[in-house]
Design a protein around this ligand. Sequence first.
Ligand code: NPQ
Ligand code: MG
Length: 387
Amino acid sequence: MSSAALPLTRTLTAAAPVRLSSIEVRLVSLTLVRPFETSFGRTDTRTVPLVRMVADGVEGWGEIVADQEPLYSEETLGTAQHVLADCFIPALLGRPLSSVEDVAATLRRFKGHRMAKAGLELAFMDLAARSRGLSISQAIGGTRDRVPVGVSLGIEKTIDALVEQVLAHVAQGYQRIKLKIKPGWDLEVVRAVREAYPQGLLSVDANTAYTLAHTEHLRQLDAFDLLMIEQPLAHDDMVDHAALQRALRTDICLDESILHARGAAHALALGSCRLINIKIGRVGGYTEALGVHDVCQTHGAPVWCGGMLECGIGRAHNVALASLPNFSLPGDISASKRYWARDVITTPFEVAPDGTVAVPTGPGTGVEIDHAFLDEITVGRRAFTAP
Ligand code: NPQ
Ligand code: MG
């Protein structure tokens, strides 16, 4: 895609290069309002690493979406803290950085650890946009002032309990319901939900729980007019997904398998999927997320913003990203209260009755930290300063 088609501000070139004076990694502990169960496990509390950067009296905040255990991806809280402290932060401190691409370029020689890298890009983007008086949405060429949203509903003890959750969220305006499925919690569940919710946008997410041997079984999902089936097969597979997609009428959406823009291009070219969701953490930051967005746009494939049970900081970055033009399907960007009794930002995200979330217009992420609450839930912090 030619760079001429992109907004000039997309590179967010600072008036003068920024030199970060400090980077702090802070761990906060939050309890979900309701446990969340997927094919890989059940979560009820989260420890979330936040990144705070400071340069010239301006600060920026990012969030790292790695979990305690390597279940969604290889990364963990421990690996993220290690690579930040020992590799990534020393490479960034004191170095002149003109844009978020400079952050990406500085970290590129380090392989993997995308969630940790993304936390740094997020904080830098917030800081750089604030220092320019722009919202991140404006800075990256966002075109929406509200984004359509859906909700991801975990595995429940009974189908009745899930149907109750579905109806409660439909009543709140959510434009799309996503169900978590796994062998033993799939056809019967989807059938019951479809009966209760016959017309609306419905999708399913297997989080890698199936193999190609389940092809005939998964073909039965074609009867339910699903918007998509997300990540049915292994996280590191493209070829079996292509075979499965050929066998299914339902569109496959890849999540875990797409780690960068090149991978997105490969998946679309191979026919491994027809849709892709974008998670800034999974692909390593804004730079790569914009790349995936553009690859998909070029292929005529709409994208949507995935979710990783973020607190308000990560959620604000997701909302900014989802304001880009090719985010035309409702994202897993739910209201703060779907996950947290109290969020870490002063104005929690809300879903309007029309199933949209407002894109903040203030500088940077456009949200402010609730410092008193953040201090209360802080369980660890480590600060690094420029030499
Ligand atoms: C997905 N998220 O789309 C992910 C997976 C997921 C909202 O469905 C702790 C941290 C638990 C991250 C469980 C949603 C998690 C997690 C599931 C991410 O596949
Ligand atoms: Mg998923």
